[in-house]
Ligand binder design. Structure first.
Ligand code: ATP
Ligand code: MG
Length: 472
């Protein structure tokens, strides 16, 4: 039947593929269709194996309260996926038939947020539960009006409310489209997401190319889930991403900043970095950085970027705090350093020159990924402290140790030492001075004071400024 409506010639696809698809459609699989609304498969507790007790108290309370108020409410998305994979969910999202205004009425102390999606944040003790309303609209769907799409088809606003049957088809992957009804302890599956999760397959709902076109961030999400959950991707997805990576240029840079943090602060930064580069996505996010890397930067044992990411992954695994500025310091250091190295003579190591170059590089990058000022300021501070950590002027040591960026700058120095940019003794010296007692510290500082001490400078008489106002 499908062959009759879409002949190989008319739809331009390979006849073998169409015949395969046709033959496949004749085999009764008993599986729900991934592309169109059909009756869902409802899995009982014995079939899905989830336990209501594994859901956070707050999420349970929110879902129960909404159900008691006469609405339907389920858990959806990453939390259901992660529970089925035996992972600990990062957060719990609830989806409901109640409109955002109705949710607010049920939870008067909640807050409405979001521009692209209007969602409600409900606080339950220390937990924050995100509640969204079922939404309709996808692909060529007329429910998403032209004013809510860009000319290329990208969805700009998506606040058309709908039913659960419609809501499922606007979600990105089958694994992210399972609804867990905790009242009946059943799992509602419209798109065969359960078996995809069990076989660790990440599959787009609908045509991947169209879904990427609607929202190019989905390429980044695919990489994130593959790296974090070790899921297998559609075999053609890598090629598709390479072809469509340029679409990321249409995504607001502030949204990309959030996505980049999710990508690299997932505890799987090293794998993510490798995948992003393989898929041609890194070059779209960080074009100058990508061009600046040489073989040594990407060396797994010594390369500064990979070492930095590994460091961050380790901290996340050990539940230690991480800062965005450290990540961007690693990503852009080679760009900034090589531009400094191209300066003449003393300007190479002039802190003001470094600052100017740093601000220019980060400023250009903001056209792709908007690094907020509060982050870029710290990035520049970390880089700026490097020359001071290297020169170890005795009178500045105590102040440096008390500097609020010392820890990040010191960690960065250690990376540079692993990368062979500075001697390992320097890193060791800074490690020791933090660990020793006051008397030993004074002795170490005194030890720097010899005639050949590093950073010991003879004062030169000041010369009059030449007066053109340039730094350096
Ligand atoms: P995690 O929270 O672990 O990072 P997640 O899948 O829960 O992963 P969220 O950003 O919290 O990611 O989104 C919740 C759900 O909303 C997703 O599981 C998916 O169903 C849907 N969703 C999020 N972003 C998109 C998108 N860009 N396109 C389509 N659906 C999306
Ligand atoms: Mg989530």
């Amino acid at each position: 039947m499908r062959l009759a409506v879409c002949s190989p010639r008319s739809c331009g696809r390979h006849p073998r593929l169409l015949i395969k698809k046709f033959l496949k459609s004749l085999i009764p699989t008993g599986r729900p269709n991934r592309d169109q609304p059909t009756a869902p498969r409802v899995l009982s507790a014995e079939e899905h194996g989830l336990q209501v007790s594994s859901v956070s108290k707050g999420a349970r309370k929110v879902a129960d309260t909404l159900t008691d108020a006469g609405f339907s409410a389920e858990l959806v998305g990453g939390c259901v996926r992660d529970l089925l994979l035996g992972e600990r969910p990062k957060d719990f999202d609830v989806v409901t038939s109640a409109s955002p205004e109705e949710v607010r009425q049920v939870f008067p102390r909640s807050r409405m947020v979001g521009r692209r999606f209007r969602i409600v944040h409900v606080r339950m003790g220390r937990e924050m539960i995100e509640v969204s309303t079922y939404r309709a609209g996808r692909d060529g769907d007329s429910k998403i009006g032209d004013d809510a799409r860009s000319r290329s088809g990208r969805i700009l606003r998506d606040n058309v409310f709908g039913t659960r049957e419609q809501d499922v088809f606007r979600r990105d992957f089958t694994a992210n489209a399972l609804y867990y009804d905790i009242g009946s302890n059943s799992l509602i599956d419209y798109v065969d997401g359960f078996s995809d999760i069990k076989s660790r397959r990440l599959r787009f709902i609908g045509d991947p190319s169209t879904r990427i076109n609607e929202d190019p961030v989905r390429m980044l999400r695919a990489v994130r889930f593959k790296a974090k959950l070790d899921m297998e991707l559609d075999p053609d997805l890598e090629a598709l991403c390479r072809d469509q990576a340029y679409l990321l240029r249409q995504v607001p840079p502030a949204r990309l900043f959030d996505e980049v943090l999710k990508l690299f602060h997932s505890g799987h930064g090293v794998t993510t970095f490798r995948l992003l580069r393989e898929f041609g996505l890194f070059a779209e996010l960080f074009p100058e950085a990508e061009r600046s890397y040489g073989e040594s930067d990407l060396n797994p044992e010594r390369g500064l970027v990979l070492q930095g990411l590994e460091n961050t992954d380790r901290r996340i695994t050990n539940r230690k705090p991480v800062i965005a500025a450290f990540l961007f310091s690693c990503i852009f250091w080679r760009v900034v350093r090589s531009q400094c190295d191209r300066q003449e003579g003393k300007r190479k190591n002039n802190p003001q020159v470094l600052q100017r170059i740093a601000l220019e590089v980060l400023g250009r990058e903001n056209q792709r990924v908007m690094i907020p000022r509060r982050v870029s300021t710290v990035v520049v501070e970390i880089w700026d402290l490097q020359s001071r950590l290297e020169s170890r002027r005795p009178r500045t040591i105590q102040r440096l140790l008390e500097n609020r960026r010392f820890r990040a700058a010191y960690d960065f120095l250690l990376l540079r030492s692993t990368a062979g940019e500075v001697s390992s003794h320097l890193g060791q010296w800074w490690t020791e001075i933090q660990e020793c007692d006051e008397a030993q510290r004074q002795a170490m500082i005194k030890g720097l004071d010899g005639p050949s001490a590093p950073g010991k400078r003879r004062r030169r008489p000041r010369r009059a400024r030449s007066g053109n106002g340039n730094v350096g």
